[in-house]
Structures are given as structure tokens and as C-alpha cells.
Design a protein around this ligand. Sequence first.
Ligand code: FBP
Length: 253
Amino acid sequence: MKRKETHLGKIVRNGRVLILAMDQGMEHGPKDFNQKNINPEYVCDIACKGGFTGFAIQKGIAKLYKENYSGKVPLVLKLNGRTNIVPKDEAYSPPVASVKEAVDLGADAIGYTIYVGSPMEAQMFKEFGAIEREAHDYGLACVVWSYPRGKYVPDEKSPEMVAYAARVALELGADVVKINYPGSIDAMKWVVASAGRCKVISAGGSKQPEAEFLQKVKDIMAGGACGLAVGRNVWQHDDPLRMTNEIKKIVFG
Ligand code: FBP
């Protein structure tokens, strides 16, 4: 198949990427939600009104709530996922949707998690290799959640491991790599250097007090990242759209 021009530009605005993630229901369980945000319509609304450059969700939500987001925010369809019931030692995230389904749902990008250093690393590399080829053939951008994880990884947030995971994503063909914040501006700079031309975005992490989280966003950007894929710090906030605006001032400002 002839390669199409990539949709990367659809999830990048002024060189920045700001994705709202709502795959935590599978990754962490309903404990992340309250009576309001347990309803996917509530989070779809934030994704659309907040002016995010992407909305990362699994296919079940993408299909049943299409009318709530389609045409209003670019879809980043997660193609693999796992629960946190399975022990982290054997870190593996199996494919649960195909590139074809992403295309049929109108996605601009696919999202894929890779656990670098896991005993299942070889299988995940192989599965992602096929997905990356097909996604790029269809012109979809590839966003890789690259997390060092599993029994061989003593500290998944150590700066060296995060930089390693970012480099692996570049070498596997990701357009954008999502990493966990490595803890300091200098460490972030090394992660960004390691990722080369692959754009680096940071996960938000669990909910923090607003000022503390916004300082982290400033540090992420000062470290040379081009944005975030954030979830809980936005949709668990009492005023998610105001919080989104504060984040946008830093990311796009
Ligand atoms: P948050 O901003 O809520 O941390 O979301 C980012 C994210 O990468 C989600 O896409 C994903 O569900 C989750 O974090 C994975 O977190 P974990 O480190 O527990 O695997």
C-alpha cells in the first residue's frame, strides 16, 4: 500500500500536543472516577470544549460515544490495554483493537503502550512493529506510551530508564512518545535529547494540588517537552475547563 501523508499535524498545534486521556477505567479501574466523571459523556464534553489536540480512549467508548466527540476533537484510539489486577512483574499490554478499526472510527492517531524492559518486551515490540507499519500506511500518527516496567526494572521513574524508554520509542517508529515525568528539568532535557525528532509529551500522573501540578507542567515544558497527555488532573478537578485553560497557557503560551 502506498503510504499516505501522516495525520500528525492534526494532533499538533503550534508545535505542541495536548491530549486528554480517558483510558484509566481499564488501566486503573473505576476507583479513579466519581459520580460525575464515571460518565464518559462528561469527559467527552471536556475534551471537546477544552480545545485539546487529541482525545485518547479505547474502542468501546470511541464507538458508543462517537456523537459526543467526533469532529470536535481528534481521536487517538488506544489499540492495547490492560488492567492493574495483573501483577506489574509480567508487564504486558495486549492488542485489543486494530488499525482498521481506528481508521473506521475516524482516528487521526493510534495510541500504543510499550513496557520497555518487561519480560514480554519482545512480544510487544513485534506487535507494535506490525501496527506501526499499518498505521503509517493509512497515514495515522503513532503515539507511544513508553514506560519502563516489569520485574527487571527496579525504578520505572528513574531518569535513565525514562530516557531509555523515550529512545526506544524513537527507534520503533513513534511520532510522539509519552513518558512519565522523570522528576526534574535537567532529567527531562536528557529524555527529550534521547527521543531525537520524536516529540515528547509527559503523562500527568495522579491528582495533585493545582499549584503543584501547574508547576510540574512548567517544568515539563522547560525541559523541552512539547506537551502532555493528561487525564486525572483535569477530569478529577472541580472545574476541569478552568484547569485546562491554566495548562494551555503554559503549554501553548
Ligand atoms: P493521567 O494523566 O491520569 O496519569 O493519565 C495518563 C495515563 O498514561 C493514562 O493514559 C493511562 O491510563 C495511565 O496514565 C497509565 O498509568 P499507569 O502508570 O498506572 O500505567
